[in-house]
Design a protein around this ligand. Structure first.
Ligand SMILES: [Ca+2]
Ligand SMILES: [Ca+2]
Length: 363
């Protein structure tokens, strides 16, 4: 995960700060199991992309029944979901290359934001908000192009150029498009790239072979200060880095801690304190430096022990009313400043390391 350095953003406080909420670059696999629904299957390639891994999708008009073929994440518990309004979702982008296309009309890809109605494999109870991406898969090959679509997640009514449809089995069936938008954006089950208008008037023409890569959902980054860094490089060769997504407003209670650039397939936890410190080498206990002092709480309760996976990153959706501290848990109060760090196992040296520290002042 590549994140914007927060320190530089603080110099431009008037500019909105954005960071990746989630991404898929297909470098080490199709982590979120992206593939085509409502159409022909896709294939995953580990080389020859933009760069390296990519996913190839074939669609043909012989399959042109509605809804349009849509590339969606298939893995259970994939992260392309949630309350996009409180996450501050701002845009979705992808890279694509057309290697073969037989349509003189072109195919218009749409961004779809979907609520699956509770049954993931049945689109008949889905509700979708969608918008034309501005791209066009035209006749013949087309080189790699980055396509970015804005997601006005804070809009309380249907944004311009967007449309919304609730299928007959959805609890939103018959509702006004603005109502559907407002409901879907706060309860997103998946994101899709539809090969044409996804429903009610949509179609695509001809057949295409399209390579996709570098999916990125961007959102508002929490304004925070990294300190005590860079961390001591871990066995990935990089210093582990902290960031946060969501909101630093206590009342919203939607703070997601993220640790990046960690070694793959290791366990770790987040730790926190209201006091900063700098203890090199953890006083002889770790490869890395402890950036916390005073009372240090460990997020090691049920569900809080995390794994870095193949991507070398982990994240935790915190509950600001239950921050571990000493003999129990406390609530964060507006005006308080808290510091966070990730502590993880590593297969070298003393067997553990730390990220840098992250200081967040809550409001
Ligand atoms: Ca790639
Ligand atoms: Ca469904």
């Amino acid at each position: 995960m590549k994140l914007i350095p927060f320190a530089s953003l603080l110099l431009f406080a008037a500019s909105p700060a954005f960071a990746q909420l989630v991404s898929e670059d297909f470098e080490t696999g199709n982590t979120h199991d992206w593939g085509v629904e409502f159409g022909a299957p896709g294939a995953h390639f580990t080389t020859g992309g933009n760069p390296d891994g990519r996913i190839e999708i074939s669609v043909a008009n012989t399959a042109s029944v509605l809804p349009a073929a849509m590339i969606v994440p298939g893995a259970a518990g994939h992260p392309w979901s949630g309350n996009f309004r409180t996450l501050g979702a701002a845009s979705f982008s992808f890279d694509r290359e057309v290697t073969a296309g037989s349509s003189n009309f072109g195919t218009l890809p749409f961004l779809v934001i979907a609520n699956d109605g509770g049954t993931r494999t049945d689109f008949a109870d889905d509700a979708w908000a969608f918008v034309y991406t501005g791209d066009n898969f035209q006749f013949g090959p087309s080189p790699w192009t980055t396509v970015t679509t804005q997601i006005p997640s804070s809009a309380l009514s249907l944004p311009p150029n967007w449309d919304a449809v609730a299928l007959p089995g959805s609890s939103l069936a018959g509702a006004d498009p603005g109502v559907i938008w407002n409901s879907v954006i706060q309860d997103v089950s998946y994101i899709g790239i539809a090969m044409g208008r996804p429903f009610n008037g949509g179609a695509w023409f001809g057949s295409h072979v399209i390579n996709f890569d570098n999916f990125v959902l961007e959102g508002a980054a929490v304004v925070a200060n990294n300190y005590c860094g860079p961390a001591v490089a871990n066995s990935s060769g990089l210093p582990g880095t902290m960031s946060a997504l969501g909101s630093s407003t206590v009342g919203v209670n939607n703070l997601v801690l993220v640790a990046s650039d960690l070694p793959a397939n290791q366990f770790g936890i987040f730790v926190t304190s209201m006091t900063q410190a700098f203890v090199p080498g953890g006083a002889g206990t770790s490869n890395g430096n402890i950036c916390l002092g005073g009372v240090i709480g460990r997020f090691n309760r049920t569900g809080e022990i995390l794994a870095t996976g193949t991507g070398g990153t982990f994240a935790l959706a915190t509950d600001l009313t239950s921050i571990p501290q000493g003999n129990g848990a406390v609530s964060v109060m507006a005006g308080e400043t808290w510091n966070f760090q990730a502590w993880h196992r590593d297969s070298v040296g003393l067997g553990s390391n730390f990220t840098d520290g992250l200081e967040i002042t809550f409001n």
